[in-house]
Ligand binder design. Structure first.
Ligand code: GDP
Ligand code: IMO
Ligand code: MG
Length: 435
């Protein structure tokens, strides 16, 4: 048995989908274990581009079983749209998808509440969520009294539960009156819509806990696909500018239901610069033409929301922290091609905070907002590298840049990505051996 996980080391969109897809060739099962439709993972194969939100990226490989485990919050409508989209692109799902009956369901009132908060929190206080109802759904899950699990859609008492929740929500959300459509709290509409959706998903729903435990104990190769990034982790990220689940490596066991002894390797995925979408502190942000250049070259617009992503230099203070937090054994460094035209490239190696030089990532968002990055400058390579297949074909300056990042964060490089396509990948270590 080998359990391997793919974890984002920054604020999401590190190109986890591309790496997971490459690793499915050495996996029997791929598990999505946290987050929900806030994620958007892209896989490019020639002229085909696939985008998945809830579906594990293993869905593209006909030999792989795909599991959505209890830690995920699931929007049945979005999931069905996704299933239809990949099916129309020629993917046959058949019985290769298993959805946990324990996963919590996103309802219209969650999305309404997400929107209402987004319209209420102004300026720097705004989290800038994906408006997919993620936070409100997890809030209900933790509160337990107004939550519905996927399995509940098929059990007696579902209709009564929806009626009771709608009544409660009307008073709980009264403060937001006028900020969202009151029809979203109509129990009859929800019952009829969700009954249709539930029927369409029924053949996929089951107990993933025993399935995964059996699989691990019988030597199946399991790949854990993290969503978001470690700096968006609810407990260990840049709170409150985070998502509502444990998106760093520490969330794998709680979300999937498999104990840590089944996780042998953690591959950290990082871009060779930084991006962030939504609010929150971002010390190395470039609000200038260089930032615009990176956004343009990297096509840095949200996969899920289409929002322009904020761009900045690579932050080795942040990624050294998340490399340690997530227990990273090897690094996949993505999007190296995006920096190819720059004359000089900077890496943040420490922060100045309250008159001190610090190398440990601050635990408080206000402190982080005050931190001034200290940069090291490296020469660029100004050569097109999108066709490079072997590490020794990279220009020396590109190699120096990559090696400096590896040294600063304390993890060996396994993979370098030089373009979105599956083929635009350089294997450095043995991770992709056999691909
Ligand atoms: P994820 O959420 O971590 O899976 O990442 P996204 O799919 O949201 O964003 C990554 C984007 O970068 C996608 O559009 C990928 O197709 C693209 N991409 C992946 N690797 C590379 C690369 O090495 N270079 C370039 N230019 N684009 C890449
Ligand atoms: P993938 O898996 C980038 C960000 C949002 C917002 C914060 C909270 O594609 O890397 P939420 O809707 O989760 O309550 O939003 O988290 N965010 C992401 N940013 N990539 C993602 O997923 C993200 N999922 C959430 O922009 O700042
Ligand atoms: Mg994404």
């Amino acid at each position: 048995m080998s359990g391997i996980s793919v974890i984002g080391l920054q604020w999401g969109d590190e190109a986890k989908g591309k790496l997971v897809d490459l690793l499915t060739r050495r996996s029997d099962i791929v598990v999505r274990y946290q987050g929900g439709a806030n994620a958007g993972h892209t896989i490019v194969d020639g002229d085909q581009k696939y985008v998945v939100h809830h579906l594990p990226s293993g869905i593209l490989n006909p030999d792989v079983i795909n599991v959505v485990s209890p830690g995920v919050v699931l929007n049945p409508q979005t999931l069905i749209e996704e299933i239809e989209a990949v099916t129309s692109q020629g993917i046959v799902i058949g019985q290769r998808l298993l959805l946990s009956e324990r996963a919590h369901v996103v309802f219209p009132w969650h999305i309404a509440e997400d929107n209402a908060w987004n319209n209420t929190l102004k300026g720097k206080k705004n989290i800038g969520t994906t408006l997919r109802g993620i936070g409100p759904c997890y809030r209900d899950k933790v509160g337990r009294t107004t939550a519905i699990q996927l399995g509940d859609l098929y059990r007696e008492g579902f209709k009564e539960k929806v009626h009771a929740i709608c009544e409660l929500k009307k008073s709980m959300l009264a403060g937001f009156a006028g900020k969202f459509d009151a029809d979203l709290l109509n129990p009859e509409t929800t019952i009829s819509d969700y009954s249709v959706l539930a029927e369409r998903l029924q053949s996929y729903v089951g107990d993933t806990n025993h399935y995964l435990l059996d699989a691990a104990e019988t030597g199946k190769r399991i790949l854990f696909e993290g969503a978001q990034g470690s700096l968006l982790d609810l407990d260990h990220g840049t709170y409150p500018f985070v998502t509502s689940s444990n998106s760093s490596g520490v969330g794998i066991s709680s979300g999937s239901g498999l104990p840590g002894k089944w996780i042998d390797e953690v591959i950290g995925v990082a871009k060779c610069y930084s991006t962030r979408v939504g609010g929150g502190p971002f010390p190395t942000e470039l609000e200038n033409p260089t930032g615009d250049h990176i956004r343009k070259m990297g096509n840095e617009f949200g996969t899920t929301t289409g929002r322009p992503r904020r761009c900045g230099w690579f932050d080795a203070v942040a990624v050294r922290y998340t490399t340690r937090l997530s227990g990273v054994s090897g690094l996949a460094l993505m999007m190296l091609d995006v920096l190819s035209e720059l004359e000089e490239i900077k890496i943040c190696t420490s922060y100045q905070l309250k008159g001190q030089t610090i190398v440990d990532f601050p635990g408080n968002a206000d402190d982080l907002a005050e931190a001034v990055p200290v940069f090291e400058t490296l020469p660029g390579w100004q050569t097109d590298i999108t066709g490079v297949q072997e590490v020794d074909q990279l220009p020396q300056n590109a190699l120096n840049y990559v090696e400096r990042i590896s040294q600063l964060i304390g993890a060996p490089i396994e993979v370098i990505s030089v373009g979105p396509d599956r083929k635009q990948t350089i294997a450095v270590g043995n991770l992709l051996a056999g691909n």
